[in-house]
Design a protein around this ligand. Structure first.
Ligand code: SF4
Ligand code: SF4
Length: 160
């Protein structure tokens, strides 16, 4: 008789344990609006990555095709694995003075570890981390990008 009671008690304990384990699953099953799982790639058009996500280094330009990069090369020096190359050129400004400006800010996405050091150390906040994460390419050269857009120039008021 005692062993039968123990047996039945064991069954109830097992059912209780199972229900406890299923509690979290059931919560998300009946309240799907709380789910954190994204249905990618179906949600590609509406997907918004979280703020701290580091997808790639980008250089924002304003509506006048102006950026904040002075070509100082500090990001290149601070990049631990040589993912950035700064090519600058010399020009003569309106006052007849020679100065160096950015020619090409080259970024090797394939080598980047997304450590954020370049962004943190840029004195003019010219580069940021973008949220694009789909980086599948057919050839490696597509992963080398020039961050300053063609025909762009530095914004007025940026300390050079
Ligand atoms: S995020 Fe890091 S690895 Fe990538 S370019 Fe910037 S400094 Fe280099
Ligand atoms: S992105 Fe910033 S640190 Fe890099 S060259 Fe331009 S101004 Fe200098």
């Amino acid at each position: 008789m005692k062993s039968t009671i123990n047996y039945i008690a064991e069954i109830f304990r097992a059912i209780w344990s199972l229900l406890t384990g299923m509690k979290v699953t059931a919560k998300y099953f009946f309240t799907p609006w709380n789910n954190v799982t994204q249905q990618y790639p179906e949600n590609r058009d509406t997907l918004v990555m979280f703020d701290r996500f580091r997808g790639e280094v980008i250089m924002p330009h304003n509506e006048n095709n102006e950026h904040k990069c002075t070509g100082c090369g500090i990001c290149e020096i601070n990049c631990p694995n040589g993912s950035i190359e700064i090519i600058s050129k010399s020009i003569v400004n309106e006052e007849g003075k020679k100065k160096r400006i950015i020619d090409q800010h080259i970024y090797h996405l394939a080598m980047c570890t997304f450590c954020n050091l370049c962004v943190k150390t840029c004195p003019s906040e010219a580069i940021v981390m973008g949220q694009k994460f789909e980086h599948a390419y057919w050839n490696r050269t597509s992963m080398t990008k020039v961050l300053n857009q063609p025909g762009s120039k530095i914004m007025e008021g940026i300390k050079e």
